[in-house]
Write a protein that binds this ligand. Structure first.
Ligand code: 6PG
Length: 245
């Protein structure tokens, strides 16, 4: 993977720092590589897409590639807002417009927010089934949230359910999200983070801040899976780099 490797004192996630003008293309290449590895190993890839604004150019670059066997890919979401699918705030709409109009996955499984907060979580658990997700894409909020797991959210303490309803501090407030159990059972989790506004949280999350409750994003540590962070130079500007030997 091109980019400036960030060496670390203790074993931790794989972190790649990418030039901002190459971030979307290189991130798309890494997603394609991980999806293809899953297909080669298991015959299919269960891919969960992140929401927010960061992934859109990555999804567009991914949709332009011709090296992904989308007929073997099942698309899920890491989280969704309780809005209609044509709402500008919808994570389904984001993916539909930037990726799914260009590719034809074997299965597309949006989070069923139309069922309402009483039924959506259990319905998505059923849709997910018993298999872990193969590749999960995540972003990082300026408060250290990821998916729709916000600091202080009771869903952070959920150890059984794979999907939960949460409340965001900003509109749209009511969200559906994969829980830490679902994220940490994934085979690969890939964070996509850009921009100086995230630099402090990236450093805090990757640096393993000793004091205080760990940020939600810092609690994403796949038990048997791989954790990969792709960050641009601005978002990585506060990461402590150990001097290269
Ligand atoms: C969402 C996302 C959320 C997002 C972060 C970063 O539904 O909003 O799942 O976790 O990844 O808030 O958002 P940006 O990419 O817009 O900075």
């Amino acid at each position: 993977m091109a980019g400036d490797e960030v060496s670390r004192d203790e074993p931790g996630p794989e972190v790649h720092v990418l030039a901002p003008d190459r971030f979307a293309g290189l991130a798309a290449a890494r997603v394609a590589e991980l999806v293809t590895e899953s297909i080669a190993t298991r015959g299919s890839c269960r891919l969960a897409l992140s929401g927010g604004s960061t992934p859109a150019p990555v999804y567009r670059a991914l949709g332009r590639r011709d090296d992904v066997d989308w007929g073997a890919v099942e698309v899920f979401w890491s989280d969704e807002r309780f809005v209609s699918p044509d709402d500008p705030e919808s994570n389904f709409r984001l993916a539909d417009e930037s990726l799914l109009e260009a590719v034809r996955p074997r299965r597309v499984e949006p989070m069923p927010v139309e069922l309402g907060t009483g039924e959506a979580a259990s319905a998505y658990e059923t849709a997910l089934g018993d298999e872990p997700l193969d590749v999960v894409l995540l972003g990082l909020g300026a408060d250290g949230h990821t998916a729709s797991l916000f600091p202080g959210s009771p869903a952070l303490d959920e150890t059984d359910a794979l999907v939960a309803v949460t409340r965001a501090p900003t509109p749209p407030r009511v969200r559906l999200t994969l829980t830490l159990r679902a994220l940490n059972e994934a085979r690969v989790v890939l964070f996509l983070v850009t921009g100086a506004a995230k630099a402090d949280r990236v450093a805090e999350t990757l640096g393993g801040a000793a004091a205080g409750p760990r940020l939600p994003a810092a609690r994403v540590r796949p038990a048997a899976g791989r954790l990969v962070w792709l960050v641009d130079e601005a978002a990585s500007s506060r990461i402590r780099r150990t001097e290269s030997a």
